[in-house]
Design a protein around this ligand. Structure first.
Ligand SMILES: C[S@@+](CC[C@H](N)C(=O)[O-])C[C@H]1O[C@@H](n2cnc3c(N)ncnc32)[C@H](O)[C@@H]1O
Length: 295
């Protein structure tokens, strides 16, 4: 799977196995990215509706999947996955045999020096929007306008309450002097943060909290799960790959609730990456996949 031009997809073999791909059946890849998972599904004869919020990322997937699009085995759309139900209806893609949500952003986003996700370029604008076309509020805007209590809540997505309070104080101090504008400002704010996680860069967790907030990642996840489950055919499967505990908790709770209402949990423990993948792809270290089947 290693190809430096593309996002390194995680848990690919495991995803293909749990989604149980069959020829001409319908699947939705609701977080298309570079199309790594979608490509493996269409190669096995499945038909894929791919949804991607970032128009730039969609262009990459369109090139990669061009021959399957031409053959009518694949249809890609630039949209938010919270509209999955309307999109499935619009493209006559229901009921669906399998749905994948591979959450967060790609490593292409994280390496991009212009969009504010990476701390490699301090002079980049602190933006972090997945879709600059569809979203108006940038990370810097949140830091400049939110109230103290709202900032604390934002940082609590990834930090303990004490650290969230501390960094909120630093944000308030910094913005009183001048508006927060770029990646370097946020690096400075995070400089003396103590998270107790020595292996992580000081700014990793505050940046992650900001990205999650800018892109409403947790509320989008809460909204898409019931809609995705509703679209499944009997026997169809919903696979969700999450990368931090906030996401995983939402998925676990939803699956537990659905296990009393027509769903069967196929993963009592989440599926994790094996040693070979962990050696090749750092991002796989935090990946957890859970699978729910409609019965
Ligand atoms: C981890 S990547 C998926 C990578 C993909 N599975 C692959 O193999 O190339 C997650 C993708 O979901 C997209 N995304 C995030 N939130 C989204 C949303 N609400 N709706 C649609 N796409 C979203 C991101 O832009 C990113 O490209």
């Amino acid at each position: 799977m290693r190809n430096n031009n593309y996002h390194e997809s995680v848990l690919v073999d495991e995803t293909i196995e749990v989604l149980h791909i069959e020829k001409t059946r319908k699947y939705i890849d609701a977080t298309l990215g570079n199309g790594g998972h979608a490509l493996e599904i269409v190669k096995r004869g499945g038909h894929v509706l791919g949804i991607e919020l970032d128009p730039e990322m969609l262009k990459v997937a369109e090139k990669r999947l061009a021959s399957y699009i031409e053959e009518g085995k694949c249809r890609l759309v630039n949209d938010n996955f919270i509209n999955i139900d309307a999109l499935a209806k619009k493209y006559a893609w229901e009921p669906v045999d399998g749905i994948l949500l591979d959450l967060g952003v790609t490593n292409i986003h994280l390496k991009d020096l212009t969009r504010g996700f990476s701390f490699e370029n301090p002079s980049a604008e602190l933006d972090m929007r997945i879709s600059p076309e569809a979203q108006g509020v940038k990370a810097a805007d949140l830091l400049n306008v939110l109230r103290e209590d709202q900032l604390e809540e934002l940082f609590k997505i990834t930090l303990d309450p004490g650290s969230a309070k501390w960094i909120t104080g630093r944000v308030l101090h910094s913005r009183a002097a001048k508006p927060i504008a770029n990646v370097g400002d946020m690096l400075e704010i995070s400089e003396d943060l103590k998270t107790g996680k020595k292996r992580l860069h000081k700014a990793t967790l505050p940046f992650l909290a900001l990205r999650i907030a800018v892109n409403s990642e947790l509320s989008n996840l809460k909204e898409v799960l019931p809609k995705a489950f509703g679209l499944l055919a009997k026997g169809g499967r919903l696979a969700v790959i999450s990368f931090h505990s906030g996401e995983d908790a939402i998925v676990k709770d939803f699956f537990r609730q659905k296990s009393k209402e027509g769903g069967k949990i196929l993963t009592f423990k989440p599926i994790l990456a094996g040693a070979a993948e962990l050696g090749e792809n750092r991002r796989a270290r935090s990946a957890k996949m859970r699978v729910l089947q409609k019965i």
